[in-house]
Design a protein around this ligand. Structure first.
Ligand SMILES: [Zn+2]
Length: 240
């Protein structure tokens, strides 16, 4: 989610420099995300933490490609996303997909949870749905809709506020939570349509729930691991 937020902020910065919220387009959001993704990828490469295990890179790419082909079949009329995939060995990363389809997956995260291909497909499908559903753009629009005054202030003030201003974070929390729930639900549905067994996809959430120290505790912006597992189990039951 951190990556999503940065991308949204970058998009907002572009909007401010190009004349306000009404001028913002998905193309601008994607351009901003692509620029930020490049910075992150370059930093990982310099630190020797980018794409270190060719077999893991190939595994992630194979699963993401199958999901990307399903996304295309699901909505052939939608503008094509420029999927790009890299893997990180930074233990602080997990998985993210920025606007336009820029994916980063941590090998440490996948190994720590010993994810099967289906479970990894669930992770990737969730992340890819954030891009497919244009979540960054929606978050950006919601921030400005609630307080158009941000447009008159420097970008740095808004950037600071999104991470530290409890009021603004509170304003966006419900949307963030909705987007997480939606990415879980649509992510499982897409991976199931792509051919993975729903119960095997749901097993990812079981692992998350078991790994969480307090699985019943969520937040305003994120459902709890227990809620995610229960929703996934219910959805898998309905699909199979
Ligand atoms: Zn998410």
């Amino acid at each position: 989610m951190y990556f999503h937020r940065i991308a949204a902020l970058l998009a907002m910065c572009l909007a401010l420099s190009s004349g306000g919220a009404s001028a913002v387009t998905q193309a601008e959001v994607e351009a901003g995300a692509a620029r930020l993704y490049r910075v992150r990828i370059d930093a990982l490469a310099q630190a020797g933490m980018l794409d270190r295990d060719a077999a893991f890179v190939a595994r992630v790419a194979r699963i993401a490609q199958r999901l990307g082909e399903q996304a295309r079949r699901d909505n052939p009329a939608a503008p094509a996303l420029s999927w790009e995939i890299h893997t990180s060995s930074d233990p602080d990363d997990n998985a993210s997909c920025m606007a336009g389809g820029k994916i980063l997956v941590s090998q440490a995260y996948v190994e720590q949870l010993a994810l099967s291909d289906a479970e990894l497909a669930m992770v990737l499908s969730h992340e890819m749905q954030h891009a497919i559903l244009l979540h960054n753009l929606k978050e950006y629009k919601e921030a400005v809709r609630r307080d158009p005054g941000w447009l008159a202030r420097p970008f740095s003030a808004l950037e600071e506020a999104l991470d530290h201003d409890a009021r603004l974070m509170g304003q966006l929390a419900a949307l963030n939570r909705e987007q997480e729930v939606e990415a879980d639900r649509e992510g499982m549905a897409m991976a199931w349509r792509a051919g993975w067994r729903a119960k095997q996809l749901a097993a990812y959430f079981r692992k998350l729930e078991q790994a969480a120290s307090m699985s019943h505790i969520g937040s305003a912006s994120h459902p709890s691991a227990l809620q995610r597992w229960r929703a996934a189990r219910r959805q898998a039951g309905a699909l199979e």
